[in-house]
Write a protein that binds this ligand. Sequence first.
Ligand SMILES: Nc1nc2c(ncn2[C@@H]2O[C@H](COP(=O)(O)OP(=O)(O)O)[C@@H](O)[C@H]2O)c(=O)[nH]1
Ligand SMILES: [Mg+2]
Length: 352
Amino acid sequence: MKVAVIGFSQSGKTSLYRAASRGQAKGDVTAVPVPDVRFDTIVAQVKPKKQTPATVILHDDLEPVQGGAQKMFSQRFLDEARKADVYLHVVRAFESPTAPYHDDVDPKRDLEAVDVEMIVTDLGVVENRLERLKKSMNVKTSGHPDQQEQNLFTRIKEPLENGTPMRDMEFDEEELKIVRNYQFLSAKPTVLAFNVGEDEAAEPGPKVAALIAEQKAKGTQAFAVCATIEEEIAQLDAADQPEFLESLGLKEPASHRVVQAIYDALGLITFFTAGENDTRAWPLRRGSTALKAAATIHNDIAKGFIRAEVVHYADYLEHGSLDAAYKANKMHLEGKEAVIQDGDLLHIRNKS
Ligand SMILES: Nc1nc2c(ncn2[C@@H]2O[C@H](COP(=O)(O)OP(=O)(O)O)[C@@H](O)[C@H]2O)c(=O)[nH]1
Ligand SMILES: [Mg+2]
């Protein structure tokens, strides 16, 4: 899961990156564990030799978005941004006399500038492709992959011209494959972090609150954060954090909110394998089958799949251990096509 931190220079990307990695980040790419009380509960009960939480990989190695007269996206930015699975877009909402391009605070303007540039970049790709297809199309019959592409690109050209990012458009499975293949910028799931000043750390002002509401209504994950305060919190001992958070009127550290929002934006759920040697949490796309879960663990386990032993998390919690849940007949024996639910504990019976 590649999470690209994007935004203008001095919007607070690196500050939030450090906060989100809870001060653990060494370089500019780091794996951040997904906070999950269910995982902590399982680990405390199983007491495995090793525990492996689910992680997301944060990348703070992209070039900043450029403002002014320059090209906003450098080629290096584009190369990296296209490879990302999801964007963590940091938008400045704090006073900064040293910020380049603009010295006033206007998160709406900054957000829209990046969105528009993404849309324009994608539109360029779409138009180019349509031009080429027009030339080659006459010899191709309907049902040809090129025909599908032409239909799709013709359809999305207008909404793009009207400023709709592809992430706000509807696609079927086949179309999604094409969209993913082209690595369109505006199609990527996006998490918006409005980086507010210290005075708004507990509660954003009306402007940012309205922007957040607007984005949420469109299904985009968005929240306010004060990156500098969060960076300080991340450096405290874990035991001292709750009191400090509370004194600021915060419920949880930014690292939790950032990672949870990314997880949600990607449509991920978590399943667990509660091994005595290694207890692990695994990310999985919502709606995935037992076979897909098996493949997430290891391709060989998927190949030799016989049955999945599934215990729902609520049943595990009620009975206090897997043993007790099994004895209470709470284990469901499932085939390859069974849909895995968030929090399921799995054991895959397999031939390997
Ligand atoms: N007041 C305030 N300053 C911030 C905040 N976040 C970042 N800064 C400051 O803005 C400057 C740029 O931050 P940085 O994280 O390096 O931005 P980047 O260029 O986007 O990586 C630094 O001096 C930070 O201390 C914030 O939430 N509030
Ligand atoms: Mg930086």
